[in-house]
Write a protein that binds this ligand. Structure first.
Ligand code: MG
Length: 203
């Protein structure tokens, strides 16, 4: 399986990092070795002084598809969950300055903790889902899927023009504003419509 992630999909987050609001989705990928499950701890790597949390809604791809029309894209995911797109911001900034790819900042081991997945039918409106991240008891990020720049369907349509989606692939759909540095000892708690889905420590 693979992890596809969308950058800058909430305008307020693009602005907080002084990035332009994109007119087409910004895409990057993480390998399967990035996944952390079952609230296992995240071990802070020593190659970065500035690992940021990015809480995101994650789609689980339910069937294979290529060149998926936006109109049909909704049938390619049945479950959603929460994930953290851990980002080595110091490495990313150095690479951005030089116009280089982001992989070392985004794809390292453990950089993609994910929650359990729940059926999307659990939510009355997929574009009015509140989610948030608390770090050591303090709310740092709050988002609502109504503020996505690119909808889940448009992401699936766009990505599948280039890359075949397979059952079990994960799509990280972008983070709302409020990203900040994590440190050893922090407790990260992620909530989807008030239900706690993530609860793990940085070690
Ligand atoms: Mg992200």
């Amino acid at each position: 399986m693979k992890i596809i992630a969308i950058g800058r999909n909430y305008a307020e987050h693009a602005k907080e990092l002084n990035n332009p609001v994109p007119t087409v989705p910004v895409i990057f990928m993480k390998p399967d070795t990035a996944i952390l499950k079952d609230n296992k701890p995240f071990y802070h790597p020593d190659f970065s002084e500035d690992i940021h949390h990015e809480i995101e809604i994650v789609l689980k791809v339910s069937k294979e598809g290529k060149h998926i029309g936006e109109k049909f894209a909704g049938s390619y995911y049945e479950e959603i969950g929460l994930g953290i797109d851990f980002t080595a911001r110091d490495i990313q900034n150095r690479h951005k300055e030089k116009g280089l790819p982001w992989e070392l900042a985004k794809a390292f081991d453990g950089s993609a903790p994910i929650s359990a997945f729940v059926p999307k039918t659990k939510f009355a409106n997929i574009y009015d889902i509140n989610f948030k991240l608390d770090v050591s008891g303090e709310t740092r990020q709050e988002g609502n899927t109504g503020n996505l720049l690119f909808s889940f369907e448009s992401i699936i349509a766009f990505v599948s023009k280039y890359v075949t989606l397979k059952k079990g692939d994960l799509i990280f759909t972008g983070t709302p504003a409020g990203v900040s540095k994590v440190k050893v000892g922090d407790r990260l708690e992620g909530y989807l419509e008030g239900e706690k889905m993530l609860d793990f420590y940085v070690k």
